[in-house]
Design a binder for this molecule. Sequence first.
Ligand SMILES: [Mg+2]
Length: 303
Amino acid sequence: MAKILIIDDSRLIAHVAKTILTKGGHEVFLAQDGLAGLEAAKAQQPDIILLDLIMPVMDGYQVCEQLKKEESTKEIPIIMLTSKAEPADKVKGLQMGALDYVTKPFDEGELVARVNIQLQLKELYEALQEKNRQLQEMANRDGLTGLFNHRYFHDQLSKDFLRARRYHETLSCVLLDIDHFKKFNDTYGHQTGDVVLSTLGRIIEDSVRDSDLAARYGGEEFALVLYHTDGPAALHVSERLRQAVEGCEVDAEGKTLNVTISLGIATFPHEQIRDSKELVECADKALYQAKENGRNRVEVFDK
Ligand SMILES: [Mg+2]
């Protein structure tokens, strides 16, 4: 069942069409002029619009133009209803964005068939859009952990950094690395290494706010962007994450593994940080410091 809006100034025509389409199981709304039609289209969000071309005050072309301009109605398929058989009118309507036309007085079978074709096309189009959205989402994600990937992290951070600079917002970046990760791979094999990585991914996901950005930066390295978060608050989040990892026992093929991480934090604004690249570099320096100072700890850049 689809929602269909008929915009036609002729009550007779509109009711005939409504009767035919209601019989086909559709829910039909009527509007008697262009303005009422535009409002109904916005309010009802129909699956398809049947639009009369010849109406007083606002004709079908104007309605079509408005529907295409408006964000909430521009994707709704339009079929023109025209009593004029002249090709020029049909061409004009099609050029303005209508997908098809039915000539009045219409044949019941033809009206139903043309409406159904457009409804099927709409469904296919929506399924395609959903598929594209899923593909886009997958392209931004790391396959193993489900966190965002390196490329997305950099794209997003560079945008976020510009915004933070313009609006004087505080922004923290945390880089973290699994301590002695090589030993998991070397001792237990790569599958176990992958279990460690995906477990850490889950802990990170649970530890950050939904509004923050968590990414697998590469190998055994992860990155966080904490929005509206100053140094002390970022330290708090990082320390909590460090403890969560330390307290977690990773179960890998019957073996219980203890994992620790080292973390480095850099926070903007800072005199040495002028762009997103420098923010990450400074977080990396702090991470290096955490490794130097014995691992399983958090260091803040230029504290
Ligand atoms: Mg008319």
